[in-house]
Design a protein around this ligand. Structure first.
Ligand code: FAD
Length: 297
């Protein structure tokens, strides 16, 4: 494998590229578990891993701990997520320099959510207001040093007045230099297909990668759906609620994600990004024996 692989190039092959998203564990034990699960997920030949970025100071250095560790374990490219929350431009540049030093190949460039207790997002003095400004900053300050992914919203971002405005804003991020769009999780593929068609019609010409979360119980599905504003289809909710049994709910969640995956591949997506929440059981069951396309082993 030659390095660095351009981010968009992962999505040029016949095989549907897959990637896994992790978050920084709070404890050393959590990190050990993450390492075990990353080893297991590597068997599914992902193109890269990503690690989320929290709003507070401490989780930010832990993001880079995960980036460094996962790169050591897997020898695969790794992306650090980065948000504008609470940081000045100078601090964002410092983070990016440190991310480069510690081996991050790509950045998932985000505005971030308003901090807890705040109704709306407020840029700090000397900070940035929108995702497109962060993409522009990375391109200006670190030319050719990072692949850049940005977030897209099949069910429309919660603050956007309408779908078209949200798409116009997504296009700003692509025009500023993003290499790919990774979507918010969704449970109904029709939402993704509508979003993909509208994005293409709006002139967005980079790979659009659907984000899928294999949920493992109904409470979790509800909590995450609330946070991400992702609608749970009635049939999925009904199937999960047929029983409180943990194994039943796990199976329904994993089967749903597997059916979504098969349908997305049949509909020609270039890749799928899995929100695995540092675990591997659900992803392993979901991907077990699944053909991801021509180059799949
Ligand atoms: P933006 O693209 O800036 O959009 C935010 C809102 O502003 C939208 O309503 C948009 O329509 C509007 N807008 C955008 N640009 C403009 C403009 N120029 N003028 C006017 N309006 C504009 N959060 C974290 O805290 N950490 C993470 O690691 C993280 N990872 C994520 C990964 C993925 C794949 C996704 C989909 C989301 C992730 N999030 C993460 C959540 C994300 O931070 C929130 O969804 C946040 O509310 C929006 O971030 P954004 O980059 O999409 O913002």
């Amino acid at each position: 494998m030659s390095f660095p692989i351009q981010l968009a190039d992962h999505f040029n092959g016949e095989r549907c590229a897959i990637s896994f998203e992790l978050f920084p564990p709070k404890t050393e034990a959590g990190m050990k578990l993450l390492e075990t699960n990353v080893e297991r997920l590597k068997a599914f030949e992902p193109s890269f891993f990503t690690c989320t970025y929290g709003a507070g100071g401490s989780t930010q250095s832990r993001t880079l701990d995960v980036v460094e560790r996962v790169r050591q374990i897997t020898k695969l490219p790794v992306a650090s997520h980065l948000t504008c929350v609470g940081s000045t431009v100078a601090q964002l540049r410092d983070y990016l320099a440190e991310a480069k030093r510690r081996g991050a190949d790509y950045i998932v460039a985000l505005r971030g959510d308003p901090p807890k207790g705040s109704e709306s997002f407020q840029a700090v003095e000397g900070g940035l207001r929108y995702g497109n400004e962060l993409v522009a900053l990375i391109r200006e300050s670190f030319p050719d040093q990072f692949g850049i992914a940005v977030a897209g919203y099949p069910e429309v971002h919660q603050e956007a007045p309408d779908a078209q405005t949200d798409l116009d804003n997504l296009k700003r991020k692509v025009d500023a230099g993003a290499d790919i769009v990774v979507t918010q999780l969704f449970y109904d593929n029709d939402d993704f297909y509508r979003f993909r068609d509208a994005s293409v019609a709006a002139g967005i010409d980079v790979p659009i990668v659907p984000g899928i979360l294999p949920v493992t119980n109904f409470k979790q599905a509800q909590r995450i759906a609330g946070m991400c504003k992702a609608r749970i289809p009635d049939a999925m909710a009904a199937a999960m609620n047929e029983s409180d049994d943990a194994d039943h709910q796990f199976k329904v969640g994993v089967d749903h994600a597997r059916v979504q995956t098969i349908d997305l591949i049949e509909n020609g997506v270039p890749g799928i990004h899995y929100y695995v929440l540092n675990k591997s059981d659900a992803a392993a069951q979901m991907l077990d024996g699944l053909s991801l396309g021509a180059q799949s082993s």
